[in-house]
Design a protein around this ligand. Structure first.
Ligand code: C2E
Ligand code: MG
Ligand code: MG
Ligand code: MG
Length: 281
């Protein structure tokens, strides 16, 4: 009986595994088709100057409306695009579209684009950036490339080499999700970062945790010393915003202000900015 049980369990396991593999294969096919058919959409979350509360630009965030699964998170489908070897394609499309759309925004604004490790390390990455800028006509200083610590740490030398070339084009580099990875502080000085984005996990606890405030204060101080600006990510409450402001963060982004919006909506938001400033003056 024991043997039969085992066989039964094994068959069950095999069936489950089979179902998982099939679901995975289906998802891979769907991601491939979605990339080929341009089914991905770019939304943009505005980024605000903490002092003036004007929007200084927006971060491009990929959105995919899946026929069965609804709105899928980039954290789920980007790893699949990486695995099937299509992240460079997808990333190039994102860069080109983001640059093109930012051309319709005011001159003083910039667009931030997230780049994953595999994208960055592709041989063609610097050319992809050049092409996106040339095609759109976007001045390079209006583009910001966001990379995370783990992207840098995967191969510090290679990442540094590529990011220096990107920086030489006049593009700004931002360290994303700072504080969550394992980057050595020295990587901050090797890579020409102009901006540090303080991870949402610290911002979330600011009102309730002295430790979170200590970390915020340390990062802001470090950034100031290195001549970099700071962005607080994931600001959701007025209380968090007050603390972020008190501690001297330069920029803030979060649901308190706005979630990521479709291109036409963000364009209106950013275009409304100069008027707001005139009214305030
Ligand atoms: P990220 O670059 O750190 O982007 C910020 C994420 O936090 C976004 O999630 C945004 O919607 C979310 N967020 C912003 N404000 C708040 C807030 O106040 N509260 C909460 N709870 N969340 C907030 P999203 O769009 O799901 O993106 C997740 C990650 O996927 C991004 O993290 C980025 O690493 C990656 N990603 C998104 N678009 C792209 C892309 O075009 N290319 C690549 N390579 N990665 C992308
Ligand atoms: Mg980002
Ligand atoms: Mg982030
Ligand atoms: Mg993130």
């Amino acid at each position: 009986a024991a043997k039969e049980d085992q066989r039964g369990t094994y068959r069950l396991f095999e069936r489950e595994l089979d179902a998982k593999v099939k679901a995975r294969n289906l998802l891979e096919t769907e991601v491939r088709d979605a990339i080929n058919n341009n089914e991905f959409e770019l939304h943009y979350q505005p980024i605000f100057c903490v002092q003036t509360m004007t929007a200084v630009g927006a971060e491009a965030l990929l959105r995919w409306r899946h026929p069965r699964l609804g709105l899928a998170s980039p954290a789920d489908f980007i790893p699949i695009a990486e695995e099937i070897g299509m992240i460079a394609d997808l990333g190039a499309k994102v860069l080109r579209q983001a640059c093109k759309e930012a051309m319709a925004w005011p001159d003083q604004t910039s667009v931030s684009v997230n780049v994953s490790a595999i994208e960055l390390e592709a041989e063609s990455f610097v050319d992809t950036v050049k092409t996106a800028l040339a095609e759109s006509g976007l001045p390079s200083h209006r583009l910001i490339i966001e990379v995370t610590e783990s992207t840098i740490m995967k191969d510090v030398q290679l990442a540094t080499h590529i990011l220096r070339q990107v920086c030489d084009l006049g593009v700004e580099i931002a360290m994303d999700d700072f504080g969550t990875g394992y980057s050595s502080l020295s990587s901050l000085t090797k890579v020409p970062f102009q901006k540090i984005k303080i991870d949402r996990s610290f911002v979330r606890d600011l009102a309730i945790s002295m430790e979170a405030r200590a970390i915020l204060s340390t990062i802001v101080e470090l950034a100031r010393t290195l001549g970099m600006r700071t962005t607080a990510e994931g600001v959701e409450t007025a209380e968090q915003f007050e603390i972020v402001k008190d501690y001297g963060c330069t920029l803030a982004q979060g649901f308190l202000f706005q979630k990521a919006q479709p291109a036409d909506v963000i364009r209106e938001i950013l275009r409304a900015e100069p008027d707001t400033r005139q009214n305030a003056a």
